[in-house]
Write a protein that binds this ligand. Structure first.
Ligand code: GRF
Length: 187
């Protein structure tokens, strides 16, 4: 099987990046992570790129044309899929059109509920009975593209933000690889 080249965008801890790198070690997993983009030079996730000798590129989002720099890297590394894993910048319409291939994102809620930021706080405030994560296609509206994989759990009355996040992120580690397998199985 010829693996597709994937680029993972991060901003912070990078636990999903770490997990995708791990999944990629399986010969039957459809992608290999061969480029990492971070908008934060201090993102811990960069260490996983370094550790695994994956090229990484830190973008200066204060520069107007920073997405053009990303696009040129993506072209250079022949990327077929972009995986947003905790990337805190909004991808522009121009980027989506110019890349023209698959972009997916992982979001810590059961979309279409709780798009945007501060999901855990809002979920708790609204006394939701269940929550989870969604891997979805990225389109031109925030957290709005078609869902690929969703996983949920029931919220315990004692759950606070910290354990809601832990439980959600455990599911994310299953959902992201599953979504990638699903995309390439049917393409
Ligand atoms: C994840 O929980 C994801 O749902 C959200 O940002 C978090 C990133 O975590 N979009 P990590 O950097 O992969 O550890």
């Amino acid at each position: 099987m010829v693996k597709k080249n994937a680029c993972v965008f991060i901003s912070g801890y990078g636990s999903n990046l770490k997990n995708l790198i791990k999944s990629s070690r399986d010969v039957t997993f459809p992608i290999k992570v061969n480029l990492v983009i971070s908008d934060n030079k201090d993102a811990k996730g960069i260490l996983y790129a370094k550790k695994n000798s994956i090229p990484f590129f830190i973008v200066n989002t204060k520069k107007r044309n920073y997405e053009s720099h990303i696009l040129s890297k993506i072209k250079k590394y022949k990327i077929s899929i972009v995986c947003l894993a905790g990337y805190m910048k909004i991808i522009s319409k121009i980027f989506i059109r110019k890349f023209g291939k698959t972009i997916i994102n992982i979001h810590p809620s059961l979309l279409p509920k709780y798009k945007g930021l501060n999901t855990y706080e809002r979920i708790l405030r609204n006394k939701e009975k269940k929550t989870g994560c969604t891997v979805h296609y990225v389109n031109e509206k925030l957290d709005n593209g078609k869902s690929i994989v969703q996983k949920f759990f029931f919220i315990d009355k004692r759950d606070q933000k910290k354990n809601l996040k832990i439980k959600t992120q455990i599911l994310e580690k299953k959902a992201f690889p599953e979504a990638i397998i699903k995309i390439f199985r049917y393409s």
